[in-house]
Design a protein around this ligand. Sequence first.
Ligand SMILES: Cc1cc2nc3c(=O)[nH]c(=O)nc-3n(C[C@H](O)[C@H](O)[C@H](O)COP(=O)(O)OP(=O)(O)OC[C@H]3O[C@@H](n4cnc5c(N)ncnc54)[C@H](O)[C@@H]3O)c2cc1C
Length: 504
Amino acid sequence: MPDTDILIIGGGATGLGAAVDAASRGYATLLLEQADFAAGTSSRSTKLVHGGLRYLRQGNVKLVLEALKERGRLCANAPHLVQHQLFIIPIYNWWHGPFYGMGLKLYDRLAGEWRLQPSQSLSRAEVLQQLPTVTPTGLQRGILYCDGQFDDTRLAVSLARTAIDHGARILNYTKVVGLIREQGLVTGVRARDTLTGKEDEYRARVIVNATGVFADDVRRLDDQGASPMLTVSRGTHIVLPRTFQPGDSAIMIPQTTDGRVLFAVPWHDRVVVGTTDVAVPAVDAEPRGSAEELDFLLEHAGRYLTQRPTSADVLSTFSGLRSLVKSGAGKSTSSLSRSHVLRVEPSRLITVVGGKWTTYRKMAQDVIDQAEQVGGWEHRPCRTQDLPIHGHGVDLPEAWHERVYGCEASDVRATMPDAAPLHPRLPYTAADVFWGMRHEMARTLEDVLARRTRALFLDARAAMDMAPTVAALMEKELDWDASHTQQQVAMFMDLARGYLPPGA
Ligand SMILES: Cc1cc2nc3c(=O)[nH]c(=O)nc-3n(C[C@H](O)[C@H](O)[C@H](O)COP(=O)(O)OP(=O)(O)OC[C@H]3O[C@@H](n4cnc5c(N)ncnc54)[C@H](O)[C@@H]3O)c2cc1C
């Protein structure tokens, strides 16, 4: 008999959440991730923990309600990683005021006991005080509301560590390349260590496919003729210096020319502007925004900011792929379902797709409930509604280190107390690099520069400058030979060029 109860394929928000849920119910749990944790869509979000105002506009009250409840739970379970963020909708058309004001009152009501702070109307002067660089011409007033904001990969790493705290085994750089079937049922997987090439077999009683936009690929390992469940779209962001938006509040632009919502959100002393929504025909592990998407973001940011950004101001640009569950042909991708879907194949392979970061916990609960049914096991109640997430213990984190590491911040600093920043434009020191390798399973230069620290996302050129120094630290700690170190630097430089704006 296998010694694993539940094997989860995929280490993004959904898979990591499922591993926490399964392990905390006492199931022997194994998670396999082909690259690094959150290397896919889960590192490329807009960094919002939110109900989703635009789903309210689409009339999807159930989805908003669920997400607002999950927002509240996440704020309580990971107060070190999720902060309250004030958003302002600047109003330039008189009728937008009552329209969005009423929508936000409904948003407040739906949040109920989970409400963070009531929305309120702001005068023109108040808007200009909180958003000193918002375009003043034609500005009439504003509406202020509160949502959550987070660092997606830091939450992913903390979830991996929470799952481990509860006894799960979690492996990155382990790609599932085949499914083992016995008498028509999936009983295990064949997986390859993508850094060493070594292959192994892992057996489990129940197998969960939580591979996001790759879910159909894994379903085809089970049944070559499986018809696709997903359609995919790309969302691109740009990252600008804080001088473009120096206040603490975020801007919410409720309607772009293509009918989308656009955000400009302060994040780690930068401003993230996004996102676009472009249908893509194929899944790419490293999606890149087009020049048109970049122009769209610069153009819309420029309409609302006194200083119009150009591509020379862009510190980094990153894109992620949305997995949208198919709900009939002929619809535009922005109106397809964002809620999650579970599917059990005749082989008993369970696939979980859709949803959003904010609702990862509920998706995990649903998929592990489903796994119990597939396994024919007695139901064990879910424990994650109020389960603290690793690092929990700092309620009002002040320093950025506490907002990244929670109660472990002082341990991280103690690794190298006198370490100076590795780059003048970023706060990271050698202590962050060593901590990532020793405690957070960082195995490549990209892991450290893109996901343990966020250097690549915050300032791609600074990350490129830092790469040789960080690689030298990793060489010593991980016993790399010189040629491996060189290869790591070359691969990172190649990747990082894709985070610079086209033509830079
Ligand atoms: C542009 C954009 C902005 C977004 N902004 C927000 C936001 O602000 N707030 C919010 O709540 N949500 C947001 N979302 C949604 C959210 O990011 C996603 O719902 C969530 O990250 C999906 O997580 P996932 O685990 O399902 O997929 P992924 O993060 O893609 O994880 C799947 C993982 O499976 C791995 N994998 C694939 N194949 C294999 C294999 N064969 N073997 C092993 N591993 C495999 C991949 O490497 C990947 O890491 C946004 C999405 C996009 C695209």
